[in-house]
Design a protein around this ligand. Sequence first.
Ligand SMILES: Cc1cc2nc3c(=O)[nH]c(=O)nc-3n(C[C@H](O)[C@H](O)[C@H](O)COP(=O)(O)OP(=O)(O)OC[C@H]3O[C@@H](n4cnc5c(N)ncnc54)[C@H](O)[C@@H]3O)c2cc1C
Length: 343
Amino acid sequence: MTSTTPDPSVTPDSGRPGTPEVLVVGAGIAGIACARALREAGVPVRVVDRGRRPGGRMSGRTLHGRVVDLGAAYFTVPDGSAFTDVVAGWERSGLARPWTDTLAVLGPGERAATVSTTSGPMRYAARRGLRSLVVDLADGLEIEHEIDVTHVDEDGTVHASGADTAHYDTVVLAMPEPQAARLLPPISPLLARLDAAAWEPALAVVLGFAEHVWPADLHGAFIDGSPTLAFLADDGDRRGDGAPVLVAHTTAAFAARHLDAPADAVDAVIAEVGALLDLRPAARPSWTHAHRWTYARSATTHPEPFAVQDHLGVCGDVWGGRSSVATAWASGTALGRALAERR
Ligand SMILES: Cc1cc2nc3c(=O)[nH]c(=O)nc-3n(C[C@H](O)[C@H](O)[C@H](O)COP(=O)(O)OP(=O)(O)OC[C@H]3O[C@@H](n4cnc5c(N)ncnc54)[C@H](O)[C@@H]3O)c2cc1C
């Protein structure tokens, strides 16, 4: 990726030629898709994110020498979606790979040997982790990291820690609704269109083993009826390197009790995974890692693909259908195109 860091002495101002007219706050897949659509339409755009790298909830972390996906477990490609072409490009360049269309369904009391499976759409993963796909989409965009936007005024003035106050013609908030709601001015009509209360947390708990101690054809599993776990993925299987690493996603209720100290949740997750997969008591992970997602997903979505009001817009995975990576991409793309047309 060749993202460039803008000259800090330049204060964006849409009245001056050559400076960005649009600021996208959030370098997850929705924000990057929005910025790409704007750039393709010739609109000067800048992206900022408070994190150190793009990716948002498609991020991972290098643990014990390899990347582990900590956010989205996989992505799917809705029939007839323009996302198909993007994913085909990623497949051609070796970035994305079809993972599986068959996942297990595990429940308390069931054993791995008697597990049922469910077929569905092809689930895609990425050899270098899902973040690598967002990095690829971000190629050539102007992105500044570690800029924490604190609030935005109705006229498009942006206040941030780590950057000067700046004015843009339009500011796009591409992030979970509770985070967007905190940035919007209290009088913004957009606030009434957000459903910040519907967002739930999750923990991603990584269990690294010395060797495979679960069935080779497990791929991943939906967990039914567990108070602790909602999903389990074989990270080596989805990423294609065969590493004996499991990633467990907890239920929202379990995560809510451990948000202050995610590491304290690891023992309960190990016990639940051991019971679900019928592992021998000696088959303990040799290392673990717990990651907190305060806003992992929302229980509600909006039928419209984005919301925009005067100088401010919002997009993301809850805009335009079932909350997913594909929806986030489509939402950002639709908002970027709409802003370019509005010009
Ligand atoms: C545990 C988990 C499992 C999931 N599983 C799946 C799955 O299997 N399939 C699927 O399709 N989807 C899944 N998802 C959802 C998927 O990850 C999201 O739909 C998608 O990544 C959302 O992208 P986004 O761009 O809308 O938001 P995000 O990726 O959340 O991006 C928002 C960005 O905004 C930045 N930001 C926030 N506030 C500020 C601020 N004040 N200033 C500057 N920057 C800010 C953040 O740093 C972040 O980079 C999962 C998510 C989680 C957490």
